[in-house]
Design a protein around this ligand. Structure first.
Ligand SMILES: [Zn+2]
Length: 263
């Protein structure tokens, strides 16, 4: 049941000896650098001290993320201050469009690299918790707390999937029965929680949820829209990964919409 909830637990934890971005050894003589995942620039300075998640990766695997990280950091700055998000020079790097919904017209941002970044965080957490490489091609699906607009359909928001609520329910059960794995960092502003299931066909899946501050505060409010990142990936269950309790528990709607139970 791996849980890294404090800086000292993180420091004592043995780190992967491979690069979580490409899966090959770190001891191949190539240049290495420290990757902060999620990036430090997403968090306010006081929250960076306790504590950033830092893993070694190949420099060649890491450098291509720079632009995506910068774009996200301008956007996320609005969650903990307005140093960057009130600066026209930074704002010019984000592309805005008008989004039409039942609630009216509001501004949306295009080309926000939230998808690749969320998946990178998941692959990093998998490597850190289980010392196991999660391939890019792994089957997975992710719900984002920031509604996405379908540019092929008049910029209308995509509807959410039923499975997200089922995953959320299982994640609540896992936490209430202590059958989950977890990583908290950046002063608790980043929380990652996951649990494992075996499907009837024998395939193992990991259900996960995470949040950075309260991402949903950046988006327009939509009723019954889950408010954290929630999803699954299919992979062989690592030995130290925790299987979810099979108890059937009922959880309040509020918890299903935000399945990170320790606030
Ligand atoms: Zn690499």
């Amino acid at each position: 049941m791996p849980r890294l909830l404090t800086q000292s637990q993180f420091q004592r934890w043995k780190k992967p000896d491979f690069c979580y971005l490409c899966g090959t050894t770190l001891k191949d003589g190539s240049l290495l650098n420290d990757d902060h995942c999620p990036p430090q620039s997403f968090f306010s300075k006081p929250d960076r001290t306790n504590y950033p998640i830092k893993l070694q990766v190949h420099e060649r695997c890491n450098h291509k993320w720079h632009l995506a990280d910068e774009t996200m950091s301008i956007f996320l700055d609005a969650l903990h201050g307005t140093e960057k998000s009130s600066n026209p020079k930074h704002l010019a790097k984000l592309n805005f469009i008008d989004i039409k919904s039942e609630q009216g017209i509001y501004q949306g941002i295009t080309k926000l690299p939230i998808r690749p970044l969320a998946y990178r965080i998941i692959r990093c957490m998998h490597a850190l918790l289980y010392k196991s490489f999660l391939k890019v091609e792994t089957v997975h699906d992710i719900h984002y707390p920031i509604p996405e607009a379908d540019t092929a359909n008049n910029n209308k928001p995509f509807s959410q999937k039923i499975q997200t609520y089922q995953f959320s329910n299982e994640l609540c059960t896992a936490q209430r029965t202590e059958t989950h794995d977890a990583i908290y960092a950046y002063n608790g502003r980043f929380k990652y929680i996951c649990t494992w299931h075996k499907l009837d066909n024998g395939q193992s899946i990991c259900l996960f949820t995470f949040d950075i501050y309260k991402l949903h505060n950046l988006a327009v409010k939509i009723a019954d829209y889950p408010r954290s990142v929630i999803g699954f990936y299919a992979a062989e269950k690592p030995q130290n990964a925790t299987l979810c309790s099979l108890l059937k528990l009922e959880h309040p709607d509020e918890d299903i919409l935000y399945p990170i139970l320790s606030q």
